[in-house]
Design a protein around this ligand. Structure first.
Ligand code: SF4
Length: 178
C-alpha cells in the first residue's frame, strides 16, 4: 500500500515500486487539502498519473476537510507552524486511513510518497509510519524517495505528463504561510 499525498510526489514511488516487482495499491487521503477547488485539481492530476498505471488500484478517501479541521482544533494544533505538531498529527491521520485500507485489501507492507519532498522531516515520517504500521500488523517500507535525485525525477516526470504541481502543502494554514 502506497499512501499518496499528491500525484507529483507519487510519480517516482510508483515507477520504482513497479520496477522492484511489488503488487501495488494506492490510497489518496485529501481531507487536509483546502479549498475544495485545490483538492479537485490535485485529484485530477492523480487521475492523469494513474492513466499511466492502469493496473494499480487507487482508493480515494472521503473528502472531509471539516472533520480534519475540527480534529486539529480539538487538539489545539491548528495554529502550529508548518513542520510542527500539526503536521505530525496530519501524517498520523493520513497513514491511519491508508493502513485501514491496506488491511481491508490484504496488503502486507505500507509506505508513503511524502518522503520525496525536500521540505518534509523524513525521520518523523518514518517514525510515525512505523508506529501506525505496527498498530495494524503491517510492515513499514522505509523508503526515502528524495534520495538519488528522486525529487528532480518527480519534477521531470510531472512536467512531461503535464501534472498540476501545487505551491503549498495542503491545509489552509500552510497556504497562508506559502
Ligand atoms: S502543512 Fe501539510 S502536513 Fe502539515 S498539517 Fe498542513 S497539510 Fe498536513
Amino acid at each position: 500500500m502506497l499512501h499518496i499525498c499528491c500525484a507529483p510526489d507519487a510519480t517516482v514511488p510508483l515507477d520504482d515500486l513497479e520496477l522492484e516487482g511489488w503488487d501495488i495499491a494506492g490510497y489518496f487521503y485529501g481531507s487536509n487539502i483546502q479549498p475544495k477547488g485545490e483538492y479537485v485539481k490535485r485529484l485530477e492530476a492523480l487521475h492523469i498519473l494513474m492513466s499511466n498505471h492502469e493496473d494499480i488500484k487507487v482508493i480515494e478517501g472521503e473528502y472531509e476537510p471539516e472533520q480534519w479541521r475540527t480534529h486539529m482544533e480539538s487538539l489545539n494544533l491548528i495554529h502550529e507552524p508548518e513542520g510542527g505538531l500539526r503536521c505530525a498529527e496530519c501524517f498520523k491521520l493520513q497513514f491511519e486511513a491508508a493502513a485501514q485500507e491496506a488491511v481491508r485489501l490484504g496488503c502486507t507492507h505500507i509506505s508513503t510518497s511524502l518522503t520525496i519532498s525536500p521540505h518534509k522531516d523524513v525521520n518523523l515520517i518514518i517514525k510515525i509510519g512505523e508506529e501506525i504500521a505496527a498498530k495494524y500488523n503491517l510492515i513499514w517500507l522505509p523508503k526515502i524517495w528524495r534520495k538519488q535525485n528522486g525529487f528532480l525525477r518527480s519534477i521531470k516526470i510531472s512536467r512531461e505528463m503535464g501534472l498540476y504541481r501545487q505551491n503549498y502543502c495542503g491545509c489552509l494554514p500552510s497556504r497562508a504561510s506559502a
